[in-house]
Design a protein around this ligand. Structure first.
Ligand code: CMC
Length: 428
């Protein structure tokens, strides 16, 4: 007999189903609660609400565990490329050599943009934020590929559409950067790897082909691998909510880009660097900023700290911290922002406010320093996060459809005026 939770409301008992996930995560199913009792549940920010059953990514925030399709992030980060990881996240299994070859070939095939689509880039002001361009252009891609508007979630059509999106997001990102700076665009080169091709499109110049160093190629792969999915975060939930109305994959992920943009989510990677630059310029000790972050009358927060789910450490942050040291050493670079970041982290580890609230560096704290070492400009940091998160968004959109989920439509508790009569203009 399955276990039940009993809820007592107004003297009456109601049995609610309990379901348990493959990692022993427990939930009380309240789907029938309103019909049975007239009550709904309230959970601001959905901090304690499961919106779906999912087999893609597992996070245990207390133990600092992150796994894609069962594989620990530490192993994937060490052994897999981003393309291999994207395949795993999308299809559920690591690719065999022949599957990886076919997947890579599809990514290469879909890298170029339609020429008419390229013209749209010149319509943006040079000051346009690349995240705005990315979201707009992702929506626009579907106009040039009307066949993608009605995509089945399995078979060759899905394979084609998912590859098209994974590949074009990288081309759009690089073109946005080139156009914003008034630089000529670089078309994709099919002889390069996924990351190598991106770096070429970003940094090659007419008289100087960008040479992809193995250190930078590896660092970029790692950055993207670590961002590939993170279960029901704000942008992925957005993709699911939009997709639940049966909106197409392209408009769903374009909405995901917008959600990611905010400084509490993906925008934090750029905000961390801005904060570290401010600290450097001010000449003040990190302690000053820690006190500022603790002051409830000051809106300042320590960017790159805290997480809704991780209450111990964010495993991605540990991997990134080590990678930053390795890359700076391999490239013979020195970054004084890293010294400031290390001092900040050290100080928070001894501070009661941060200890009591379990606030540790998250994925965004060290990732910006890595992107600086790779040579990515600050206004592209969150775009880089979006390229990395694309496999997760597509996989979640697919799963939503595979599970034939209902349209997302939360309830509310109304707290406004009760019914009143309309007041004519002259009497207001
Ligand atoms: N600096 C100072 N205080 C903080 C911080 C911070 N970075 N983060 C949380 N707190 C405090 C917060 O004020 C609250 O204090 P109190 O209990 O006294 O009211 C307590 O810690 C709990 O925080 P919360 O805001 O209720 O937590 P949340 O789960 O709603 O928000 C968060 C999570 C990540 C939005 C938040 O920690 C934050 O704003 N961090 C800074 C922005 C950031 O780094 N975002 C990247 C998130 S990870 C990757 C991603 O999603 O992109």
């Amino acid at each position: 007999m399955s276990e039940k939770a009993t809820l007592t409301i107004e003297g009456k008992n109601y049995d609610l189903e309990i379901t348990i996930g493959s990692e022993n995560e427990k939930c009380i199913d309240i789907q029938q609660l309103r019909d049975a009792t007239g009550y709904i549940t309230m959970d601001h920010g959905f901090g304690n609400t499961g919106s779906c059953y999912s087999a893609i990514t597992y996070v245990d925030g207390d133990k600092g565990i992150l796994r894609y399709r069962g594989y620990p992030i530490e192993e994937i980060a060490e052994k897999a490329t981003f393309v291999e990881t994207a395949y795993l996240v999308l299809y559920g299994e690591l690719p065999k050599a022949s599957q990886l070859k076919a997947f890579s070939a599809r990514l290469k095939e879909h890298a170029p943009l339609h020429t008419n689509l390229e013209h749209h880039f010149s319509g943006f002001p040079t000051s346009a934020p690349p995240m705005a361009i990315l979201s707009a252009m992702l929506n626009l891609v579907s106009c040039f590929h009307p066949e993608v508007l009605d995509v089945p979630t399995t078979g060759a059509e899905f394979d084609r559409t998912a590859s098209l999106l994974l590949s074009k997001v990288r081309t759009i990102a690089a073109f946005a950067y080139r156009m914003a700076g008034g630089r000529p665009i670089n078309h994709p080169n099919p002889n390069l790897t996924y990351c190598g091709n991106f770096l070429h499109m970003m940094f090659s110049d007419p008289y100087q082909e960008y040479e992809v160093s193995p250190v930078i190629d590896k660092a970029l792969n790692l950055f993207l691998v670590l961002h590939a999915d993170h279960e029901q975060n704000c942008s992925t939930s957005t993709v699911r909510v939009v997709g639940s109305s049966r909106a197409n994959l392209f408009s769903s992920v374009a909405a995901g880009v917008c959600a990611l943009w905010g400084p509490l989510h993906g925008g934090a990677n750029a905000a961390v660097i801005e904060m570290l630059e401010d600290i450097k310029k001010s000449g003040r000790l990190p302690a000053y900023y820690i006190e500022k972050a603790k002051d409830k009358n000051d809106p300042f927060k320590l960017m790159g700290f805290g997480h809704r789910v991780y209450k111990n450490f964010d495993p991605r942050s540990l991997i990134l911290k080590k990678q930053v040291h390795d890359v700076l050493e391999a490239l013979h670079l020195d970054d004084d922002l890293l010294d400031i970041a290390l001092q900040l982290e050290q100080a928070t580890l001894q501070d009661d406010y941060f200890i009591k609230r379990n606030l540790y560096p998250n994925v965004d704290f060290y990732s910006g320093i890595l992107l600086r070492a790779i040579g990515i400009p600050l206004n592209m940091y969150t775009v880089m996060f979006a390229i990395g998160r694309m496999p997760g968004w597509i996989a979640n959109w697919k799963e939503l459809h595979d599970h034939k989920l209902r349209i997302s439509r939360p309830r509310q508790i109304y707290t406004g005026h009760t019914a009143r009569s309309f007041i004519p203009m002259a009497q207001r």
